[in-house]
Design a protein around this ligand. Structure first.
Ligand SMILES: *[C@@H]1O[C@H](CO)[C@@H](O)[C@H](O)[C@H]1NC(C)=O
Ligand SMILES: *[C@@H]1O[C@H](CO)[C@@H](O)[C@H](O)[C@H]1NC(C)=O
Ligand SMILES: *[C@@H]1O[C@H](CO)[C@@H](O)[C@H](O)[C@H]1NC(C)=O
Length: 404
């Protein structure tokens, strides 16, 4: 008797009889078979399928289970009314972000691709040469606490080594669990700047704000804050300023003049002889103030496409010597008459410079201890703090979390 027949009418003595009496037979035979079947089912063990089927079924279950571990390729944003599928790769390039975890405590991946101006977020970008999370924490918290609507703040921090090291992101996430926060690597931005400035040795920190929107195309209008600031103004007021066709807005620092950085006679000669789109048609004002680069409002749509090329040209033409001077005048000359003037309250000044006016300041230089970048390989040294303002924006246990 074959194994498949054991579940059907096994008490039938003859195989020949079974063949003439299929289960669906009608009339008396079927009626007689039913009670037999019930009795057998109660007495016999459960049906025993082919071992092969068991293997196949088990395999299918394991396969479906393993599917869960495949990396997701697309996702849908919970706030998107159309629930569109968005490719993951757009934010897998060294950047990580989470939207507010919300009441459910669930972390949602945040759409980075749909960052148009109408996304209503206040995008705040910063760039750091030597990793010092305490500065970023003070920058983020002072921006958040000064804001009328902290939920709208969206931080993009570019830090060294972020592509390999996600720890910094999680440390900051412990302090600011409900904030929009992204940590980016610097490699792509540095590569872009290096290529635009060849063969010169660029100052990445100075040029990063103008190169970042080329790499992070989703950024259109954003605020750049230097990483060593305590923000007391409202970032949402700053970002809502009308740039009037300018790509950049910056406050002016009139304690420094253009001619402190570049020889006025050389500048006149260049202005008369060189016809480039980035050279002024009219003679340069010798006493023009210098834009302060620690707070910038940038609209990438109006940023000139040849911005880095212009900086590179000016640097070459002026034969600027990096080791002889601190600031590269090429950047000031590229920006000359090319930016909207911000209110001087957004000018970052040292506390001791204008102590009486710090009360209406929107930004104040970070006054805590900070790591200083030194020669490559030499590690970083610590600069002692000068004040107590920074402490207001960090809880006492934060240094343990940030690993200072
Ligand atoms: C991510 O990086 C890879 C290689 O660096 C690049 O080919 C790809 O275009 C990038 N994707 C996005 C969305 O930037
Ligand atoms: C740059 O300036 C330094 C110090 O002033 C000097 O030693 C060096 O030779 C200069 N380099 C060039 C290329 O002019
Ligand atoms: C942020 O700053 C506020 C106000 O100074 C302070 O009360 C709070 O503890 C800070 N939060 C964090 C996470 O540092």
């Amino acid at each position: 008797m074959s194994s498949s027949s054991t579940s059907y009418l096994p008490s039938r003595p003859s195989a020949a009889h079974r063949r003439t009496q299929p289960p669906k037979a009608t009339g008396v035979a079927a009626a007689a078979a039913v009670p037999v079947l019930h009795r057998d089912a109660a007495m016999d063990p459960a049906p025993n399928p082919l071992p092969l089927f068991r293997f196949v079924a088990f395999g299918v279950i394991v396969f479906l289970g393993i599917l869960q571990f495949l990396p997701a390729t697309h996702f849908r944003h919970p706030a998107d009314p159309h629930r569109n599928w968005v490719p993951m790769e757009s934010f897998m390039n060294g950047s990580y972000s989470f939207s507010p975890s919300g009441a459910s405590g669930r972390e949602n991946t945040k759409v980075v691709t749909s960052n148009r101006e109408e996304d209503g977020m206040v995008h705040v970008v910063s760039w750091m040469e030597c990793l010092d999370l305490q500065l970023l924490a003070v920058l983020a918290n002072s921006t958040l606490t000064s804001s009328r609507n902290p939920d709208l703040m969206y931080f993009h921090f570019f830090i060294p080594g972020a592509s390999e090291d996600k720890l910094s992101f999680f440390k900051l996430k412990v302090l600011f669990p409900n904030s929009h926060l992204e940590i980016h690597g610097q490699e792509n931005v540095k590569e872009l700047i290096k290529n635009a400035m060849l063969p010169l040795e660029p100052n990445f920190k100075e040029l990063a704000p103008f190169a970042i929107p080329i790499i992070l195309e989703s950024l259109t209008k954003f605020i750049y804050f230097s990483s060593d600031l305590v923000v007391k103004g409202r970032a949402e007021d700053l970002i809502s300023l009308d740039l009037q066709n300018h790509g950049i807005a910056a406050a002016e620092d009139c304690s420094k003049r253009l001619t402190d950085h570049v020889n006025p006679d050389v500048l006149d000669a260049i202005q008369r002889s060189a016809s480039r789109s980035w050279v002024s048609d009219t003679p340069y004002e010798k006493n023009a103030c210098i834009p302060d680069l620690s707070v910038l409002l940038i609209d990438a749509r109006n940023l000139r496409k040849d911005f880095l090329k212009a900086v590179s040209w000016w640097t070459t033409v002026l034969k600027w010597n990096k080791s002889a001077s601190k600031s590269n005048p090429a950047l000031f000359l590229t920006l000359y008459h090319n930016y909207l003037k911000l209110s001087s309250s957004w000018l970052s000044v040292r506390n001791e410079a204008l102590p009486e006016s710090t009360s209406n300041k929107m930004v104040i230089p970070y006054d805590g201890p900070k790591k200083l970048c030194s020669a490559p390989g030499a590690g970083s040294t610590l600069q002692l703090g000068r004040g107590d303002l920074w402490k207001r924006y960090l809880p006492p246990m934060s240094s343990q979390i940030l690993g200072q």
